[in-house]
Design a binder for this molecule. Structure first.
Ligand code: BES
Ligand code: MN
Ligand code: ZN
Length: 489
């Protein structure tokens, strides 16, 4: 497990905390607070020497290494403008400090909170950053000459339960990243189901897995259609966490678990096709949230649903023109076998509608290339049917720093996915509003009265961001922190 497994907390003086290095913050006015003066004395004026040499700027995201007398190591992280300190700055600081530990082969660090006690969310963010920044995906490296993993971190000061909460949430994100980073020949639908079972066992959840024969018999014709081109066994996975009163409505999370998307008969171009191993990142969000739920054990009911298959071509594969019947009885004209995500989600959303009485349904999917055109790798595209739910999602987005942007689901767009020969078709108007067409299609499979929101994470699920708590070019686990916040855990 290449990430910190715990983050400790101490309210003792930092000099009493056993660690190989300390980490301390400085604002960009570079004033030596009492805290920093203490550190400076301990380092034999190492800090004022570094400041005199203009090595430290105190900018957000900056982490500088200062070596004091007898080899004492301090990582100095930037806090930006005094008076503007926020959680994201501390998350970046935590991530940067862990990365500095790894780069310098420092086993453990005492992270001194720059502000005292009360700000719970600051402590949570620092702990999230420390764990997420320590994450490395190296399970396929057999010849790494110089591997190094961090052993421990202690947050000094701040709020104890928030530190452990932050670490638990980050464990969920790291689990998702592990499954997501694995390639299609390893992270198969069976592998996703095994992860769901393991999380379920630890968290007291009931996990049910339907295989091809079972879900086909049950009427999931859309998932069966997509799965017809692969011999790798597809799965329909249900995780039930009932931590609240039996009668309390559950919150349902649905995730696209497409373990490799070749496009099927409507085959994709070769360039970057390898990235389609990430097409299961929606299911990663569900697994990651459920892992955090298993560790935090909130008093509420949460259901996770993952339809999972590959999308391949071949003589058994479904074809453009085929008509499929989804679990809710609606018929779908397939005009492009590469618009497969919405098909497998159609059955999952129908299942959630029929078998639960959800407080709300959220779905997560790497659904469209169009969302990358619209929002780049900066924000997740969202669209939903309930104003209050969307508003709450935007609030959690602000709190957690995971950006979302809302698209409209106006009737004109709903009309664009109507089929001439079936109820709906799986593409919208050619070359137009591709991300909204995906959402408009999904809406047909959600019960009329159920608040629902769709998250198109195709731009945010794997990395392009320069963030100390993410690793560029690999899975990010984005929106897991947002969803945990939204759930109110
Ligand atoms: N998994 C892809 C979407 C995707 C593409 C995610 C690139 C990340 C990067 C999805 O299944 C897909 O192929 N969507 C099509 C839909 C189209 C055929 C209507 C797309 O976006 O091109
Ligand atoms: Mn596709
Ligand atoms: Zn796909």
């Amino acid at each position: 497990m290449a990430h910190l497994s715990t983050v400790k907390h101490s309210s003792a003086d930092w000099r009493k905390v056993k660690s190989d290095a300390i980490a301390v913050g400085i604002y960009d006015d570079l004033k030596l607070s009492r805290q920093l003066q203490g550190v400076n004395r301990e380092l034999g004026r190492g800090l004022s020497n570094a400041l005199a040499a203009k090595l430290i700027n105190g900018k957000v995201g900056e982490v500088k290494t200062v070596v004091g007398k007898k080899g004492a190591i301090a990582f100095v992280f930037g806090l930006g403008k005094r008076g503007e300190l926020n959680a994201e700055t501390l998350r970046r600081a935590g991530g940067g400090v862990s990365k500095a530990c790894i780069a310098n082969k420092v086993d453990s660090v005492a992270f001194i909170m720059p502000v005292d006690g009360k700000e719970n969310y600051f402590s949570q963010a620092a702990a999230e950053g420390l764990v997420l920044g320590s994450y490395q995906f190296n399970e396929f490296k057999t010849t790494d000459e110089d591997p190094f993993e961090m052993k421990g971190a202690t947050v000094v000061g701040g709020h104890k339960t928030s530190v452990s909460k932050g670490a638990h949430i980050a464990h969920g994100v790291c689990l998702a990243r592990n499954v997501e980073n694995r390639p299609g020949n390893v992270a198969t639908p069976t592998h996703i189901a095994d992860n769901a079972k393991e999380i379920g066992k630890a968290g007291g959840m009931k996990v049910t897995v339907f295989d091809r024969e079972k879900f086909t018999k049950m009427g999931m014709g859309a998932l069966a259609g997509v799965a017809s081109g692969t011999e790798v066994p597809p799965k329909f996975i249900i995780m039930e966490y009932m931590g609240g009163p039996k009668k309390q409505k559950p919150k349902v999370l649905v995730g696209k678990g497409l373990t490799f998307d070749s496009g099927g008969i409507s085959i994709k171009p070769a360039a970057k096709m390898d990235e389609m191993k990430y097409d299961m990142c929606g299911s990663g969000v569900v697994l990651g949230v459920m892992k955090a739920v298993a560790e935090l054990k909130p008093k509420m009911n949460i259901i996770g649903i993952i339809p999972s298959t590959e999308n391949m071509s071949g003589d058994k594969a479904y074809r453009p023109g085929d008509v499929l019947t989804a679990y809710n009885g609606k018929t779908i004209e397939v005009l492009n076998t590469d618009a497969e995500g919405r098909l497998i989600l159609a059955d999952a959303l129908s299942y959630a509608t029929k078998h639960y009485d959800p407080e709300y349904i959220l779905d997560f999917a790497t659904l469209t290339g169009a969302v990358v055109v619209a929002l780049g790798h900066v924000a997740t595209g969202i669209m939903g049917t309930d104003e209050a739910l969307v508003k709450a999602i935007k609030t959690s987005s602000k709190t957690t720093g995971e950006k979302v942007w809302e698209f409209p689901l106006w009737d004109e767009y709903i009309d664009q996915v109507k089929s001439r020969i079936a109820d709906v078709k799986n593409v919208g108007a050619p070359m137009q509003a591709g991300t909204i067409a995906g959402g408009a299609f999904l809406k047909s499979f959600v019960g009329e009265d159920i608040p629902w929101c769709h998250f198109d994470i195709a731009g945010t699920a794997w990395g392009d961001k320069d963030l100390p708590y993410q690793n560029k070019g690999t899975a990010t686990g984005e929106v897991i922190r947002l969803v945990v916040d939204l759930l109110g855990i």
